[in-house]
Design a protein around this ligand. Structure first.
Ligand code: SF4
Length: 271
């Protein structure tokens, strides 16, 4: 082949195209072997300047990365940015522009969470549903009202606790979150907890409980005792939406919340 390109990437493309019509490791370019093309590619990669020469976080949480090849936007938030967020507002700004998993492309609103920044109790559900996705708020609608009543039954007005979900974006059609989505999103929850430093976490529903406790156990087997997540005590109970469908679970839920009350009062979990 005469006039072979000198750009290593062009060379590699040509090598690949020619390889598709050849057997084995034969010489495929005039004066170039497969090894020499690979060596060029490695050298070009090692010599390449860092793409990002300047970064700016935009007001919507996206990051504009300006490199030697011009301006482009990269909105993938890095773990370090999450763990270094100085407060809940800064963390919420990161979530609003987050594209760490595919759910960002189908959500209407990210649902970061809300409540007292110094709450003694953090309530954690599974993921936003349709109403939450519409409003950008966690635990709204009938299930949210029932949650408010449950919390009041142990002397905790909604505004005194912090309420959020494992996932901050709604899975389409309310399907179960995927493991990779939980992995991508969990640093946000960990940072929320580190900033709030609650005395107790209440995990509402089987999914949130399993995600926090990294188990596949049935909810019924996890109830009635105190677990731990990232060093925080965790009490597991039914999700208010499940209670609306199965009012018979109201009594066990109330019993679980009594464990929370006893923990807050400095008593043993079983009284
Ligand atoms: S679910 Fe979490 S990780 Fe995925 S896009 Fe939403 S905020 Fe980002």
């Amino acid at each position: 082949v005469s006039g072979a390109p000198t750009d290593p990437i062009q060379l590699a493309r040509l090598l690949l195209a020619q390889s598709l019509g050849r057997e084995g490791d034969a010489l495929v370019l005039e004066n170039e072997t497969r090894e020499s093309v690979l060596t060029s590619l490695r050298a070009s990669r090692d010599a390449a300047p860092a793409v990002a020469v300047d970064e700016t976080v935009l007001s919507n949480g996206e990051r504009r990365v300006v490199g030697s090849d011009g301006a482009r936007t990269d909105s993938r938030v890095r773990d370090a940015e999450i763990y270094e967020a100085p407060d809940l507002s800064a963390l919420a700004a990161l979530v609003s522009g987050c594209s760490r998993c595919a759910l960002h492309s189908t959500r209407k609103n990210a649902v970061f969470g809300e409540g007292a920044a110094d709450a003694r109790v953090v309530c954690v559900g599974e993921a936003p549903g349709a109403r939450e996705d519409e409003t950008g708020r966690p635990f709204v609608g009938r299930a949210g009202k029932l949650l408010d009543r449950l919390l009041r039954s142990i002397g905790l007005p909604r505004e005194s606790v912090y309420i959020c979900n494992v996932l901050k974006s709604r899975p389409p059609n309310n399907r179960d979150p995927l493991p990779e989505e939980v992995t991508a999103c969990s640093p946000y929850l960990l940072r929320q907890l580190a900033l709030i430093q609650p005395e107790v976490i209440i995990a509402f529903g089987a999914f949130a409980s399993r995600a926090l406790l990294e188990t596949k156990s049935a909810l019924g087997r996890m109830r009635g005792r105190v677990h731990e997540y990232a060093g925080y005590p965790v009490v597991v109970t039914y999700h208010p939406a499940a209670l609306l469908r199965n009012p018979g679970w109201t009594r066990p839920t109330w019993e679980d919340l009594q464990i929370v009350r006893r923990l807050l009062d400095g008593e043993g979990p079983l009284g």
